[in-house]
Design a protein around this ligand. Structure first.
Ligand SMILES: *Cc1c(COP(=O)(O)O)cnc(C)c1O
Length: 464
């Protein structure tokens, strides 16, 4: 009892405690308000722990350490870096497309100061934020006009709202998809004020189905890329070229929601089936929409390209203001698009493309490096496995990859996977057949030391 009282009395006073040198640095990093609040909490916890007989000794150094880690911990709830060891290149839960350092550096220069976001420097007058990406997009896609909004869901809503309000929009039953949690084509149409006119069946839709559905109240024909599933077996759908013929015949615009879509030829990396944006535009589609952070490898954005008369309608639509993009998005998108002016630069500076471009040989060498950084005291081997493009792209195709398989059984796979996920820099890995697998396709070499530290500390903890 006496000990406990003495211990309580020896808790340093706040102003005494704050004299420790470490606080100069903490104040600088977190601000004195947060440091003070956290220090109070830590001292309060200490008091409680003493009363509960959980702590029998401490020093002002151990208290300062607790405060330091409490502050670091409180930052963990924020958006922060994670290591993706899943091999899913466009992982929607992990932020989809990774932005390259070169791109980010150029963005940094633009946003850490004023910019010509809505200013025309040549004329010295107000400009339009739509013009920056428009120049690059029309050049790369060979289209009349382009516009960028917050995401592809917003793009399709805006297109439908501006082009076919109070009108019927004809769409195949096989394409009435749900993407992610709440993006459902029929619901989007309702919001945009369109009347949904479903044609065909789940597995088959013929040109006559569209022809028969068209009447004087039809506003547009919509095609949706069924990017996150595939119906196998007896299927038939009307291809875009045919649909555009029907549209032209009846003087109706065709809108195509592509979802992903690449500006790069991915066939060369063995990725088939994924529509190429420039090929699609050859069909003569009036409006094409796709995401900025899927195969394009840029920021979250909805990209709209096509005929100027329709994009003009979208720019004037009230929704345009609600879904407009900010300067971060525009700067990042423009820097990403600039890379596409030269395929070699795109391959080097857009991580989504360089990750997909890695051959099995490249990945094997990379995996050997990872294993040597991890060190020989943890048992692991190189193995072949499959990753994915992800992000609702190329749904049926797995991509062959190389993984570092942790075979060391001092820690169970479940425990290890959980430990890695809770690590300072969380590492998201996969378990297969009772082994933790680290797919090197989505890991950058600069992250190897972090992975090695995490594994070392996981196994060390076990020994204690
Ligand atoms: C991913 C996807 C969307 C949604 O795009 P976001 O940019 O995430 O809003 C819409 N349609 C299709 C076909 C998609 O694949």
């Amino acid at each position: 009892m006496q000990d406990k009282k003495a211990l309580l009395r020896s808790i340093p006073k706040m102003d005494e405690l704050l004299k420790n040198d470490i606080f100069t640095q903490l104040n600088e990093e977190y601000g004195s308000n947060r440091v003070l609040e956290t220090s109070r909490n830590v001292l309060e916890e200490l008091r409680k722990s003493i009363l509960a007989d959980e702590i029998t000794d401490f020093t002002s150094e151990t208290i300062a350490d607790s405060i330091k880690s409490a502050l670091a911990n409180s930052d963990k709830i924020n958006l922060r870096k994670v290591i993706n060891a899943t091999g899913i290149v466009l992982h929607t839960n992990l932020g989809r497309a990774v932005i390259g350092e070169k791109v980010a550096k150029n963005v940094f220069n633009t946003v850490c100061g004023y910019s010509n976001l809505e200013y025309n420097c040549e004329k010295g007058e107000r400009g339009s934020r739509h013009n920056h990406a428009k120049k690059l997009l029309t050049k790369l896609c060979g289209q009349e006009d382009a516009m960028v909004v917050n995401n592809n869901a917003a793009a399709i809503m805006l297109a439908l709202g501006a082009m076919a309000k109070n009108k019927e929009v004809v769409v195949s039953r096989g394409e009435l998809v749900e993407i992610g949690g709440s993006f459902r084509v029929p619901e989007i149409m309702e919001l945009s004020g369109n009347i949904l006119k479903e044609v065909g069946t789940t597995n088959k839709t013929h040109p006559e189905d569209y022809e028969n559905a068209i009447n004087e109240n039809t506003g547009a024909l919509l095609k949706v890329h069924t990017s996150n599933f595939k119906i196998m077996g007896f299927t038939e759908n009307v291809d875009l070229t045919k649909l555009c013929e029907i549209g032209k015949k009846h003087d109706l615009p065709v809108i195509y929601d592509l979802g992903g879509g690449a500006l790069f030829n991915l066939e060369q990396f063995g990725i088939h089936d994924e529509p190429n944006i420039t090929d699609i535009l050859k069909s003569g589609v009036d409006i094409l929409t796709f995401s900025g952070d899927k195969l394009l490898g840029g920021p979250q954005a909805g990209i709209i390209v096509g005929k100027k008369k329709y994009i003009d309608l979208m720019k004037k639509h009230p929704l345009a203001r609600a879904v407009r993009v900010d300067k971060f998005t525009l700067a990042t998108l423009c820097e990403t698009l600039k890379c596409y002016l030269d395929p070699e630069i795109a391959m080097r500076d857009i991580p989504t493309i360089s990750m997909l471009a890695q051959t099995l040989d490249d990945l094997t060498v990379k995996c050997q490096k990872l294993i040597s950084v991890i060190g020989s005291d943890i048992e692991c081997v190189i193995a072949h496995d499959f990753g994915q493009v992800g992000g609702g792209s190329v749904p049926t195709q797995m991509i062959e990859s190389v993984v570092c398989k942790i075979t060391d059984k001092r820690v169970s796979a479940d425990k290890l996977e959980k430990y890695l996920r809770a690590y300072e820099t969380p590492i998201v890995a996969r378990i297969a057949k009772d082994n933790v697998m680290l797919d090197v396709r989505t890991i950058s070499e600069s992250e190897f030391p972090i992975i090695a530290d995490a594994l070392q500390s996981a196994f060390k903890k076990q020994e204690r």
